[in-house]
Design a protein around this ligand. Structure first.
Ligand SMILES: NC(=O)c1ccc[n+]([C@@H]2O[C@H](COP(=O)([O-])OP(=O)(O)OC[C@H]3O[C@@H](n4cnc5c(N)ncnc54)[C@H](OP(=O)(O)O)[C@@H]3O)[C@@H](O)[C@H]2O)c1
Length: 159
C-alpha cells in the first residue's frame, strides 16, 4: 500500500513494482490464496504453484480450470483448509473488501509500504496499530525497475 493506504485504482494496482511482485510470489508459492472476485478478475488467471480461492456471492460463478476454487464467504474458504496439517499459512490477498472483512481473523500482516501517496479508489483498512507488533522490516532497493522507495514489513498480532 501507499502511505495513504491506497491499494488499487480502476481495478488494478496503482504502481508497477517488480520487487513487490517477487516478494508476493516468494511468500505465497505452494500456499492457498483467498481473494475477492474483483481481485481475481484483475489478476485474470489462477497463479501457478498456488491454490486460488475466489470469494463471491455471484450465483453460477464458475472457477476456471487450474488450481482454483470458490466460496461464498471468507469463513467458508478458511474452513476448507484450516484443518489440513500441511497448510501452515492461508494468505488473504485482497482486495479492499476482503481485507476489511478478514483483518480481524489475521494473525500476521505482510505489508509492502511504498513511501509515497497514490491516487486511487481502493484502500487498505484502517489498522489499530496497538494490536500489532512490527517483527520484521527490510528496506527494498530502489533502482531503474523499482522506482519507488519501499519497505517490506511484517506485523504479528499481539497475543
Ligand atoms: N495492493 C494490494 O495489496 C491489492 C491486493 C489485491 C487487490 N488490489 C486492488 O484492489 C482492487 C479490488 O478490490 P475491491 O475491494 O474492489 O474488490 P475485492 O475485495 O477484490 O472483491 C470484491 C468482491 O468479492 C466478493 N465478496 C466480498 N465480500 C464478500 C463476502 N463477505 N461474501 C461473499 N463474497 C464477497 C464480491 O464478489 P461478487 O460481486 O462476485 O459477489 C465482491 O464484489 C483492485 O484495484 C485491485 O487491483 C490491491
Amino acid at each position: 500500500m501507499g502511505m495513504n493506504r491506497v491499494i488499487g485504482k480502476d481495478g488494478k494496482l496503482p504502481w508497477h513494482l517488480p520487487a513487490d511482485l517477487k516478494n508476493f510470489k516468494d511468500l505465497t508459492m505452494n500456499h492457498v490464496m483467498v481473494m475477492g472476485r474483483k481481485t481475481f478478475e484483475s489478476i485474470g488467471r489462477p497463479l501457478p504453484g498456488r491454490v486460488s480461492i475466489v470469494i463471491t456471492r455471484t450465483k453460477g460463478w464458475t472457477p476456471p480450470s487450474g488450481n482454483c476454487g470458490f466460496a461464498d464467504s471468507i469463513n467458508a474458504a478458511i474452513f476448507m483448509f484450516k484443518s489440513m496439517l500441511v497448510v501452515d499459512e492461508i494468505f488473504i490477498i485482497g482486495g479492499a473488501q476482503i481485507y476489511q472483512e478478514a483483518i480481524d481473523k489475521a494473525d500476521r500482516m505482510y505489508i509492502t509500504l511504498i513511501h509515497q501517496n497514490f491516487s486511487g479508489d481502493t484502500y487498505f483498512p484502517e489498522v489499530d496499530w496497538e494490536e500489532w507488533d512490527l517483527v520484521n522490516r527490510v528496506e527494498g532497493t530502489k533502482d531503474q525497475k523499482n522506482i519507488y522507495d519501499h519497505s517490506f514489513l511484517v506485523f504479528d498480532r499481539k497475543i
